[in-house]
Design a protein around this ligand. Structure first.
Ligand code: 5GP
Ligand code: SF4
Ligand code: MG
Length: 464
């Protein structure tokens, strides 16, 4: 998901709508905005679909006045049915000291246990979302201020959370102690901005100030930014997959350009798994920077062998297998004139179920390619993510049951190679690779080493 908040500008909701539009790649299912105006109080709008189709119309935007607003774009995570509008964030609650809204990116790994406990104690849940626990925990807190209640609530929560909250006069940002999901602070005119990624600061002309640190809470008001570290400090575990796929290439994360990390992955891949061929083609768009790096390092010409229809969303966000299967053809097409008779290296960011790779291989062979070699910009995805990226159950992950050679045979390609974990770490700036005693990132979907035990899933029988 993507989250964005603004304080201290006229018509903050318009800024939030633009910010959410720039974060649309983080979730395309639905979006929502909550705002506050001194006379008109709290207002909100929640809609399915793209930001640009909803939060551009005057009919909606004029119902969202005021100098403070937060917003959320969402995609639902594995196992959940298609969302209902009640599941669309931000969530709002009235407390004795006033109203508050929260927008959450990440996934709470003990949400089911918390929900059960809260329901037994009288909470009335409105949605099926794990994030709603936070509002109910805040309601039960004995603290006097809303920021203190949020802090109290988050101390009970396990897993990954970047949260943006608002009251009538304050904008609050928090990152979990591991810092799994991103969150940055920006400045626009006399106002302040919180955003999942820096690309959404650029769109409103905001200046990047700094990242919110893992375990940090910032409370922003007309007095400025107050920072605190309410949680027990832990070694940070930023999601390495944000560098590979999830974030936008024009964002800066941990002081590094995402584009540059991805290009460097391609460079590492070309060193680790060279192959003689005529063309390096990206699987657009997510494979493009890595393909550029592969081509630069290998000297094999870069070419756009596959064209992407710009009017389709990200394939993996489609909820059912059938639509996902169709999705590849609706979204991607091969440039036959270019491919015919050529030995082609295809570079993609990841193999999850293998659906995309299989279809693409068929399309490339149909177009008359002489050889097809896959090079993948992440290690085999053998484990599900429980921290807010939508991966299917373990059984559906190709790499959970097959070795690299078995996957190559299954996909019927001439060769298939994944970047090594160490190579990936080098590409994101860790010169000596992965520190196996204390990895610098979360890489659980590749290594199976979960930095937070996924307790709800273990309860349901998931085996580490
Ligand atoms: P597959 O067809 O192997 O299931 O999906 C692989 C494609 O889905 C890749 O091209 C990649 O761009 C995209 N993808 C990236 N990240 C994810 C993710 O977290 N989950 C899923 N299901 N697909 C992803
Ligand atoms: Fe990111 Fe993978 Fe960790 Fe999930 S399991 S947070 S996708 S690195
Ligand atoms: Mg892709």
């Amino acid at each position: 998901c993507g989250i964005f908040g603004v304080l201290g500008v006229a018509d903050a909701s318009n800024f939030v709508a633009l910010g959410l539009h720039a974060l649309q790649h983080r979730g395309q299912e639905a979006g929502g905005i909550v705002c506050h105006h001194p006379e008109h109080g709290f207002n909100s709008a929640r809609r399915f679909g793209y930001v640009r189709d909803n939060f551009t119309s005057q009919d909606i935007m004029q119902t969202l006045p005021g100098p403070i607003a937060i917003g959320h774009v969402r995609y639902s995570t594995a196992g959940k049915k298609a969302a209902v509008i009640r599941d669309v964030q931000p969530f709002f609650g009235e407390f004795s000291m006033g109203g508050a809204a929260i927008a959450h990116n990440g996934n709470i790994t003990n949400a089911e246990a918390l929900r059960k406990e809260l329901i037994e104690r009288g909470s009335i849940f409105q949605s099926s979302s794990d994030s709603e626990c936070i509002i109910h925990l805040m309601a039960r807190s004995l603290q006097k201020g809303i920021a203190d209640r949020l802090e109290d609530a988050l101390r009970r929560v396990e897993g990954a959370f970047s949260v943006i909250a608002m009251t009538r006069s304050k904008l609050i940002g928090v990152r979990d102690p591991l810092g799994v999901r991103p969150l940055v602070l920006g400045k626009v005119a006399d106002g302040w901005v919180l955003s999942s990624e820096t690309c959404a600061l650029d769109i409103i002309g905001a200046e990047f100030v700094r990242e919110i640190q893992p375990g940090e809470m910032v409370v922003i008001s007309d007095k400025g930014v107050e920072s605190s570290f309410p949680f027990r400090p832990q070694p940070s575990k930023f999601c390495i997959f944000e560098h590979v796929y999830f974030s936008r290439p024009d964002s800066i994360i941990g002081g590094r350009s995402v584009y540059e990390s991805r290009r460097q992955i391609g460079v590492e891949l070309a060193r680790e798994a060279p192959v003689d061929a005529d063309l390096v083609c990206p699987v657009p768009d997510s494979g493009t920077p890595a393909a550029i790096g592969f081509s630069q390092e290998s000297g094999i010409p870069f070419a756009l062998g596959i064209t992407r229809n710009q009017y389709m969303g990200r394939t993996f966000i489609e909820p059912t297998e059938q639509i996902r299967n169709m999705g590849v053809r609706l979204k991607l097409n091969v440039n036959r004139a270019l491919i015919r008779g050529k030995r082609v290296i295809l570079v993609d960011d990841s193999v999850v179920r293998g659906t995309t790779s299989r279809k693409i291989k068929e399309m490339i062979l149909d177009a008359g390619a002489a050889e097809v070699h896959f090079r993948i910009a992440s290690p085999p995805t053998a484990w599900p993510c429980f921290y807010g990226v939508d991966t299917p159950q373990r059984e559906k992950l190709l790499a959970a049951t097959m070795s690299e050679d078995e996957m190559r045979d299954y996909l019927q390609v001439d060769s298939l190679k994944f970047i090594s974990l160490d190579g990936l770490y080098r590409a994101v700036g860790e010169a000596t690779g992965r520190s196996n005693s204390c990895p610098q990132y979360c890489d659980a979907c590749f290594s199976g080493e979960y930095p937070v035990a996924p307790s709800d899933m273990i309860e349901k029988g998931f085996q580490l």
